[in-house]
Design a binder for this molecule. Sequence first.
Ligand code: SF4
Ligand code: FES
Length: 367
Amino acid sequence: MTEKPAPPMSLLAELTHRCPLQCPYCSNPLALEPRANELTTAQWIDILDQAADLGVLQVHFSGGEPMARPDLPELVRHAVGRGLYTNLITSGVLMTPASFAALVEAGLDHVQLSFQDIETANAEHVGGMKGAQAKKMAAAEMVVADGMPLTLNFVIYRENVGRVAQMIDAAARMGARRVEIAHTQYYGWGLRNRDALMPTREQVEQATRAVEAARTQYAGRLSIDYVTPDYYADRPKPCMGGWGRRFVNVSPSGRVLPCHAAESIPGVKIPDVRDATLGAIWDEAPLFTMFRGTDWMPAPCRTCDQREKDWGGCRCQALALAGDAAATDPVCERAPAHDRVTAAIAALPVTPPPFVYRRYGNGADAD
Ligand code: SF4
Ligand code: FES
């Protein structure tokens, strides 16, 4: 009999795919969930109860834009009541004094606020929403004024990679406790825009030096997380901390996934909260067990000394680049399909093509 896995540490509650922004690097699936398919408040409350019973410690409310759900304060209050640490992952553009006050009153523990850039014109060009930057700044002020811990998240791509130092300075000025400088990951919609988004190796090296300098400058005052770009690494990251090891993700319509992109894995039934409990899905659903641990690994991972550190990298990236979710992540220089990554870098156009924007509903159009 196989051993029961340790419970997940975190629940990623994707309340909705609705979002007023249109970021070309969006890592949500190509097909977004319509509002009519979203879980009800009662269903989410049941999921929070199941997560707490299972031993989950933290819940990340995300989306889309989770503040598009009017029941967010009620869900936060329930999660807090069940002893879960609550984090809101938001773009901030829907945050008003009243909506934030309701979250404070509900007991929200932490806000993670995303920025498209520190330079307003480009941020709004990338997010596709005029006036968004001022709303984000106002949201940051509200959170800091309340004393709630604030993390800023900057997604890095070709057009803004030269402004990493300014982003970190701004985070310090705004009173954030932590800033994430996160290079774009090329999954979901982001893969469509890879040629427009991916920086050059020289740009990445410059950004890395800026992060190192800022870590010295802000030591003890601001914690700086740096998510390096996969394509320029020799080894992959342990995506999601390993498949089915730390995170359980519930989609807006109730599909239960080991990561937000896992719906793309072919040939396996996607479990649903309406059909089984979170605990049964975590322990036994084939989607969770198929890449858990190291038994599934092909060569060269199977005998590699890194296999319990990076858990073979990212399954969704292996599928997207090698056409096989069970392949070694092509980012790894030992992977048989590593040439897909080197070819993508070599083929980077000198002038980036226009973005293909993400629009809620369907479809896309160019810049
Ligand atoms: Fe990681 Fe596999 Fe590469 Fe080893 S061979 S570093 S386990 S991806
Ligand atoms: Fe799915 Fe990495 S995004 S495993």
